[in-house]
Ligand binder design. Structure first.
Ligand SMILES: NC(=O)c1ccc[n+]([C@@H]2O[C@H](COP(=O)([O-])OP(=O)(O)OC[C@H]3O[C@@H](n4cnc5c(N)ncnc54)[C@H](OP(=O)(O)O)[C@@H]3O)[C@@H](O)[C@H]2O)c1
Length: 247
């Protein structure tokens, strides 16, 4: 039996990149996966990939920053799937800019998606988890939430906030057997980092002791550790997966 057999996992931002890798990894371990992204097309693509590998998946297009849309989707997911065992809050965006020049809209978009979105989704599924007295919640933060980054004040604030949210939820839900942890990825090869120019990429590489960017699968492996039996006694932690960049 695989490690996540009979488990239902909801993964937000699973249409591409890290979320997609987590969805595929969990499905490969026997979980049934609810693939959530902004676009139905991307969600369906990943759900079909899981189906083609012999797994079971549902595809949803939900804007995690829209409280009403999240509530409605959660209700439907719980009705369709009967339960949710694992929740991964992975949906995230960047809108980089120096503080002096950052628009209010760019600040809001990043905070609303990365932080408020995780709150909306967690709130929507926590009742079912609390009732079941079991659950795993994994929030995808970032090393930028630990050390900051010039030009990413909105993103750093959202990811640092997500760590505080993680620790608070971990304390709130622990009595009901629910663990809540964060993963702080370093620089991972996805669409998000594909925008980096060569000079910036070279600068970043100098700061990574292992000498390369990470792959989405590296984060998926960490998520599996926290979601599976191996993560049973781990809660309120930030697992940094960054090639040694922050130590
Ligand atoms: N890549 C890195 O180096 C890195 C490092 C540290 C942390 N992270 C974090 O890891 C997570 C995934 O990053 P990634 O690099 O895989 O990003 P990505 O390739 O840009 O993919 C982002 C995913 O999030 C979804 N999404 C964005 N806004 C959403 C919203 N409002 N509602 C629902 N879904 C939304 C996108 O949906 P569509 O597919 O429909 O567009 C997409 O599936 C993010 O939270 C990011 O901050 C990434």
């Amino acid at each position: 039996m695989s490690s996540l057999t009979n488990q239902i996992a909801v993964v937000t931002g699973a249409g591409r990149g890290i979320g997609r890798a987590i969805a595929l990894k969990f499905a490969n371990e026997g979980a049934e996966v609810v693939v959530v992204s902004r676009t139905q097309e991307n969600s369906e693509k990943v759900a079909n990939e899981i189906g083609a590998l012999g797994g079971k998946a549902w595809a949803f297009a939900v804007d995690v920053a829209d409280s009403a849309a999240v509530s409605a989707a959660a209700e439907k997911i719980l009705a369709d799937c009967g339960k949710v065992d694992i929740l991964v809050n992975n949906a995230g965006v960047t809108r980089d800019g120096l503080v002096m020049r950052m628009s209010d809209a760019d600040w809001d978009t990043v905070l609303n998606t990365n932080l408020k979105g995780a709150f909306f989704v967690t709130k929507a599924f926590s009742r079912a988890m609390l009732k079941a007295r079991a659950g795993r919640i994994i929030n995808i933060s970032s090393v930028i939430g630990l050390i900051g980054n010039a030009g990413q004040s909105n993103y750093a604030a959202s990811k640092a906030g997500l760590i505080g949210f993680t620790q608070s939820c971990a304390r709130e839900f622990a009595g009901r057997g629910i663990t809540v942890n964060a993963i702080a990825p370093g620089f991972i090869e996805t669409d998000m980092t594909a925008e980096l120019n060569e000079a910036l990429r070279a600068e970043i590489l100098k700061k990574i002791p292992l000498g390369c960017l990470g792959q989405s699968e590296d984060i998926a492996a960490a998520a599996l550790y926290l979601a599976g039996a191996s993560g049973r006694y781990v809660t309120g932690q930030v697992l940094t997966v960054d090639g040694g960049m922050v130590m």
